[in-house]
Design a protein around this ligand. Structure first.
Ligand SMILES: NC(=O)C1=CN([C@@H]2O[C@H](COP(=O)(O)OP(=O)(O)OC[C@H]3O[C@@H](n4cnc5c(N)ncnc54)[C@H](OP(=O)(O)O)[C@@H]3O)[C@@H](O)[C@H]2O)C=CC1
Ligand SMILES: CC(C)=CCC[C@@H](C)[C@H]1CC=C2C3=C(CC[C@@]21C)[C@@]1(C)CC[C@H](O)C(C)(C)[C@@H]1CC3
Length: 598
């Protein structure tokens, strides 16, 4: 590169240039402020950046390659062959995750930036290129302070690209196209033995919780008297009712009403489409049951109360059968559809964790459906049946019961009306659909999460909570809900469109995968702010039950254990995905869920 007299570099002060930022894998526009030894460039965001000559070019020059790549290619094949307005990405990382993929195949993703097909941005991965550490650190340290790392042009397009917001996630993303799913080497949950034990323990817990805490008694530690007759666990009415409920939910989900959106990119590079009509299913299901109970006089509440255990047992058998079918189906699925964490070769372990990631029957996504419909709506139905039963037995429902049912109604209503957010959660993007999730969705959620409501009905006479205390509990629930909702919304919006105006002020860091991590806002407060909000709500739902008995506190205790374990699992997955960028995030945001505690 020709140098100006003295120590000055070729690009003049005041000249508009483009700077290549290694860790971000993008070029950014800026203006030269100083050109001695290294360039000092002012970016459009107002920040300045110090970069060596090899990272700075004229805007007109093709940015289709990283500087190192460009130089080495130009020697052999001539330079600047790619069309202008493209950004070639590369990795300058030394993360273990990255190193392990040392083959560094070149991959290309084409992103529609506007409605004009000619204007496309091409991102692809090139081989690792070395950059002197001092400069890399300088550039890297600028990262967090630079809210928008692509050029202003990309950012402007992104924020106006309303038709295809999801396409914008790809401009910072390198999607592995046809990577083979690796064998699961490290097993979680204690491997096959742990999986088998869990599959026996969880149904036993559902049964024990029911029989140890019913009307008139609630003794968790005493040996329960379990009935030995089959009809205490199964009857045809309950089986028919459960199957009717499930089929009704499938039919509602299949209604050709509601937006179709795309999920996060899969390993194959594709995205799955999902129809969003959970809100409709929720309203229609509840309205139909209310009409049937109140106007048609079907004794639904009494039936659900009386057949609680039989309904739960039917759901257990059903979810287990479904998991067997899912496992058999998964064994015939394409390799890149498999769950990398449930591909160990052990039948028990893979059956438990889910061998396939997103099993579908045509366009009907079974995991997405089960996560939100039969179990979650079923939970509200059971709760409402407890309220109706309380009215029938006592003339009106108690305030503590109304409070708990109201708070949980809000939680489920929120999930169904923000159905799209679920597409960026751990369950949908990374968890296979096996026994654990099927049982969790179809049995655990409706029949364990409704425990507080059933307790408040069965022990109405022994629960006394002052109205002021109820107001304080409501407040706690709303604070939890507020944190939960905002945190989930922040991450969800960021994942769908990192340039969205509502989150453009948030700081984030680049990762070798091309995806960025939020490090300010809620995700800069703790690493799992959504879990914090959820836990506060869990406590608020048990407080109205008082402290006389343990079973109504089962939910927050289990939930704390689940979330701590889940946070650790997710961190492990994130460390694999994001390498040392994840460690930098952990250094910056020290606590996972509760500041100064965990
Ligand atoms: N009621 C219940 O029983 C349960 C409720 N929940 C709730 O479900 C919700 C979803 O939870 P869950 O799916 O476990 O986890 P998250 O919604 O927290 O999703 C985890 C993913 O978010 C991404 N991520 C993590 N940190 C950042 C960051 N700093 N910036 C951007 N993206 C980040 C990562 O995925 P990537 O980078 O690949 O996008 C990570 O794998 C939570 O609100 C939780 O409370 C969860 C379990 C049970
Ligand atoms: C013990 C056991 C069987 C564990 C399985 C865990 C499941 C019960 C939970 C895993 C993640 C869940 C989520 C929700 C419900 C519980 C399960 C299935 C969720 C649908 C609740 C409503 C929220 O708004 C949510 C949509 C964010 C959430 C997603 C995760």
């Amino acid at each position: 590169m020709p140098k100006s007299p003295g120590n000055a570099l070729a690009r003049q002060v005041g000249e508009h240039v483009r700077v290549y930022i290694p860790d971000t894998d993008v070029w950014v526009d800026g203006k030269v402020l100083d050109n001695h030894a290294k360039y000092t460039v002012e970016l459009k965001t107002g920040k300045t950046i110090i970069a060596p000559g090899r990272q700075v070019t004229k805007p007109s020059r093709s940015q289709s390659k990283s500087p190192a790549r460009s130089r080495s290619r130009s020697r052999s094949r001539g330079r600047g062959k790619s069309p202008p307005r493209t950004a070639k990405t590369k990795s300058a990382t030394t993360s273990p995750a990255r190193r392990s993929r040392s083959t560094s195949r070149s991959r290309t993703t084409t992103i529609p930036m506007t409605s004009t097909p000619a204007k496309k941005t091409t991102l692809s991965e090139t081989k690792t290129y070395k950059i002197d550490k001092e400069v890399k650190d300088e550039v890297r340290s600028l990262g967090p302070d630079t809210p928008t790392r692509t050029s202003a042009r990309l950012a402007a397009m992104a924020s106006t690209n309303k038709q295809q917001p999801e396409s914008m996630t790809a401009d910072i993303k390198q999607m592995p196209r046809s990577e083979k799913v690796r064998k699961t080497m490290q097993k979680e949950f204690g491997g096959a033995f742990g999986a088998l034990t869990t599959m026996l323990m969880l149904p036993a817990t559902v049964i024990l919780l029911y029989f140890t805490c019913t009307k008139g008694k609630c003794v968790f530690f005493k040996r329960p008297e379990l009935p030995l007759q089959l009809h205490a666990y199964f009857n045809w009415q309950a089986t028919a009712a459960y199957m009717g409920w499930f089929v009704a939910q499938v039919l509602l989900a299949l209604l050709p009403i509601g937006r179709i959106v795309q999920g996060q990119p899969l390993r194959s590079g594709n995205r799955l489409s999902y129809r969003l009509n959970g809100g409709l299913a929720f309203v229609v299901s509840l309205a139909s049951l209310v009409v049937a109970q109140m106007y048609l006089k079907y004794p639904i509440a009494a039936f659900v109360y009386r057949n609680y255990m039989q309904l739960a047992c039917t759901a257990m058998v059903f979810s287990t059968l479904m998991s067997v079918i899912l496992y058999l189906k998964a064994r015939r699925a394409a390799n890149n559809a498999l769950n990398p964490y449930g591909n160990s070769g052990s039948h028990i372990y893979d059956f438990f964790l889910g061998h396939e990631l997103n099993p579908r029957i045509r366009s009907f996504d079974l995991k997405f459906f089960c996560e939100l419909r039969p179990g979650l709506i079923g939970w509200v139905v059971i709760n409402m049946c407890m309220v109706a039963k309380d009215c029938q037995d006592n003339g009106s429902p108690s305030y503590p019961l109304l409070l708990v049912v109201g708070c949980q109604f809000l939680y489920v209503f929120d999930a169904l009306f923000h159905e799209e957010s679920v597409l960026t959660t751990f369950d949908i993007t990374q968890e296979g659909f096996g026994w654990m999730l099927a049982f969790g969705d179809l049995v655990w959620v409706p029949f364990v999460y409704s425990l507080q409501a059933r307790y408040l009905l069965d022990h109405r006479s022994s629960v006394h909570v002052h109205n002021y205390a109820l107001v304080a509990i409501l407040l706690l629930n709303m604070i939890g809900f507020w944190i939960f909702r905002l945190a989930n919304k922040e991450k969800d919006t960021f994942r769908k469109n990192p340039h969205h105006p509502s989150i453009s002020h948030l700081k984030s860091i680049a990762t070798p995968s091309g995806k960025r991590l939020l490090i300010s806002g809620w995700w800069g407060f703790v690493r799992k702010p959504n879990y914090l909000g959820d836990l506060l709500m869990a406590v608020a739902w048990s407080l109205p039950c008082g402290f006389r008995h343990l079973p109504p506190w089962f939910y927050p205790i289990y939930f704390a254990v689940l979330l701590v374990h889940r946070a650790i699992r997710d961190e492990h997955a994130c460390r694999q995905k994001y390498g040392d960028a994840w460690d930098r995030y952990c250094e910056k945001v020290k606590y996972r869920i509760v500041p100064y505690v965990f």
